[in-house]
Design a protein around this ligand. Structure first.
Ligand SMILES: Cc1ncc(COP(=O)(O)O)c(C=O)c1O
Length: 455
C-alpha cells in the first residue's frame, strides 16, 4: 500500500531511486566498518552493504591499485585485446577457487546478475557443443535469488521481485529448498533425512525435463530470500551426485557466499562438492568497483570446441575493475580475512559474531538466528511457539532497520522468507575487519531496535 504522506515528505530526486517514499541519507565517506553521511553522522556497516564488503571501507591500497591501472590504461575492448591484469588476475582467481578449477578459465563481468546470465549461456553452449543439443533448461530452487535481469529472474524464486515480470520470462522447474526452521519434511531426526528428500525433488525434476535439463543453479547458503539458511547434512553432496549422474551441470551461485564470506574461499568447500561453474561478485571487489566472475572448470572450457563463447558485454574484463578485484584478493589473503570469517575457528570475528547474535534469541520476536561465518540471518516471528510470521503490511524487518539506522547501525531487511510474501528477516554480514567491541555495540543497538520496532 502506498503512503501518500510519506511521498509528500520525500524530496523529489533526479535519481530514479529504489523507493520514492523513503528519504535516504547521503553517504560521503567510508573507513573500516564505518560509513559517514553528509550530516557527519556515522553508521556501523553491520551488513557489509548487502553482503558486499569483506575487507572494510576506505582501504588505501585498493584505491592506489585502481588509480595505477586507470593511469596506465583505463579500457580496451575484449574483442581487440587481453590485458596483463586480466591474465594475471584470472590465474590467481583459479588458484583461489582450488584444485577443481585447475586448467579452467574465468569470464569477468560487472556484477552478479551479469555473471548469472553468463553462466546460464555458458551451460547451454557447452551442452550444444558436446552434442547434447536438446539440453537448454536450467533448473533452480524456489525461494532463491539469482539477480534482477530477466534470465536471472527466471531462475530465481523470489516472489516479490518476480511477480509483475513473470509474463516476460521463460521459466523452468523450481524445486523445493531446504529451510529446516520451516521444513516441508520431517526434521525431528536432526535433519538427517530431509536433505535427501529435497535432493530427490531435483532428480524428479530432471527426469520430468525429458533430457532437456542443461544445468542446476543454487546458492550453497541461501542468501537474500531466505536469510543465511545453511543446508542440512548430505543435501548438497546428494544434489551434486544427482547432477553428475544425469549430465546436468552444477552451477554454484556464490555471489553472496564466495570470496571468504562463510569462512572458506567458496562456500561449496564446506560440503566438499565440485561444481562445474562457480559465480562470484559482491565480495570479489568488496564493492570498490563493479565486478563479477564466472569461474568454469577445464571440462567446460575444453567442451567449447568451436573455440569461441557466443556472448559478450562491452565492459566485460574492465581493466580498472580487474585491478580492483586483484588488489582486494591480495588484501584478503594478506590480512587472512577468510580465516577471520570462519566461525568454526576460535577467537575469530565470525565466532564472536555467532556468539553475540545468538543472544538475540532471548527476544520474544526473534524466531531463529542462523547462518555460517560472516553471513547471518535473524528471522522475526509474532509468536515463537507457532512460528507465526508478522503480517507483511507491518513491515517488521523494515521497522527494525529504520530504528537501527537512527541508532547508526546498517542492517539489510528482507520480507518473504515464509511464502514469498510473509516472513521478515535481517541479513547481517559485516566486513571481516570488525572488532569484538564493535560487534558488542552493534548487537546492543540491534536488540534495542528490535524492541522498539513494534511500536
Ligand atoms: C546469490 C546472488 N546471486 C546473484 C545476485 C545478483 O547480483 P547483482 O545484484 O550484483 O546483480 C545476488 C544479489 O544479491 C545474489 O545474492
Amino acid at each position: 500500500m502506498s503512503d501518500p504522506s510519506a511521498a509528500q515528505n520525500s524530496v523529489r530526486s533526479s535519481v530514479l531511486r529504489r523507493s520514492f517514499r523513503k528519504t535516504f541519507p547521503s553517504a560521503v565517506r567510508g573507513e573500516a566498518v564505518y560509513v559517514w553521511d553528509t550530516e557527519g553522522k556515522r553508521y556501523l556497516d553491520f551488513s557489509g552493504s548487502a553482503a558486499v564488503n569483506l575487507i572494510g571501507h576506505g582501504v588505501p591500497e585498493i584505491t592506489a591499485a585502481m588509480t595505477e591501472q586507470a593511469v596506465q590504461l583505463e579500457f580496451v575492448h575484449t574483442s581487440h585485446f587481453t590485458t596483463p591484469v586480466a591474465e594475471g588476475y584470472a590465474r590467481e582467481l583459479l588458484d583461489f577457487a582450488g584444485e577443481n578449477f585447475r586448467g579452467g578459465a574465468v569470464y569477468f563481468t560487472c556484477g552478479g546478475s551479469e555473471s548469472v546470465e553468463t553462466a546460464l549461456k555458458l551451460a547451454r553452449q557447452y551442452q550444444v557443443e558436446i552434442g547434447q543439443t536438446k539440453r537448454y533448461q536450467i533448473l533452480s530452487r524456489s525461494q532463491s535469488y539469482h539477480g534482477s535481469t530477466l534470465g536471472a529472474l527466471a531462475v530465481s524464486g523470489n516472489k516479490r521481485r518476480r511477480e509483475i515480470y513473470l509474463p516476460m520470462v521463460r521459466e523452468f522447474a523450481h524445486i523445493g529448498i531446504p529451510y529446516c526452521y520451516r521444513c516441508n519434511y520431517d526434521c525431528t531426526d536432526g535433519c538427517r533425512n530431509c536433505g535427501q528428500e529435497y535432493a530427490a525433488e531435483l532428480e524428479r525434476a530432471i527426469e520430468s525435463a525429458n533430457g532437456e535439463a542443461a544445468g542446476f543453479i543454487f546458492e550453497p547458503v541461501s542468501g537474500a530470500t531466505l536469510g543465511a539458511v545453511v543446508p542440512p547434512p548430505g543435501y548438497l553432496q546428494k544434489v551434486a551426485e544427482v547432477c553428475r549422474r544425469h549430465g546436468v551441470l552444477l552451477i554454484a551461485d556464490e555471489v553472496m557466499t564466495g570470496m571468504g564470506r562463510t569462512g572458506r574461499n567458496f562456500a561449496v568447500e564446506h560440503w566438499d562438492i565440485a561444481p562445474d561453474i562457480v559465480i562470484a561478485a559482491k565480495g570479489l571487489s568488496s564493492g570498490y568497483a563493479p565486478l563479477g566472475a564466472v569461474i568454469a572448470t577445464k571440462k567446460i572450457i575444453d567442451g567449447l570446441a568451436s573455440g569461441s563463447f557466443l556472448h559478450g558485454f562491452t565492459y566485460n574484463a574492465h581493466p580498472i575493475s580487474l585491478a580492483t578485484g586483484r588488489a582486494v584478493l591480495h588484501r584478503l589473503q594478506q590480512q587472512k580475512l577468510v580465516q577471520a570469517a570462519d566461525s568454526g575457528r576460535e577467537r575469530t570475528a565470525a565466532a564472536k559474531l555467532q556468539r553475540a547474535l545468538s543472544t538475540l534469541f532471548d527476544l520474544e520476536t526473534v524466531g531463529e538466528v542462523r547462518g555460517i561465518g560472516l553471513l547471518r540471518g535473524v528471522e522475526f516471528v509474532s509468536d515463537k511457539h507457532s512460528k507465526r510470521p508478522f503480517a507483511p503490511e507491518l513491515n517488521f524487518a523494515g521497522r527494525v532497520t529504520t530504528a537501527a539506522l537512527q541508532r547508526g547501525l546498517l542492517v539489510y531487511p528482507i520480507q518473504g522468507c515464509v511464502d514469498g510474501v510473509s516472513g521478515d528477516h535481517l541479513l547481517i554480514a559485516p566486513p571481516a575487519v570488525i572488532t569484538e567491541d564493535q560487534i558488542d555495540w552493534a548487537v546492543d543497538q540491534l536488540k534495542n531496535s528490535i524492541e522498539e520496532a513494534p511500536e
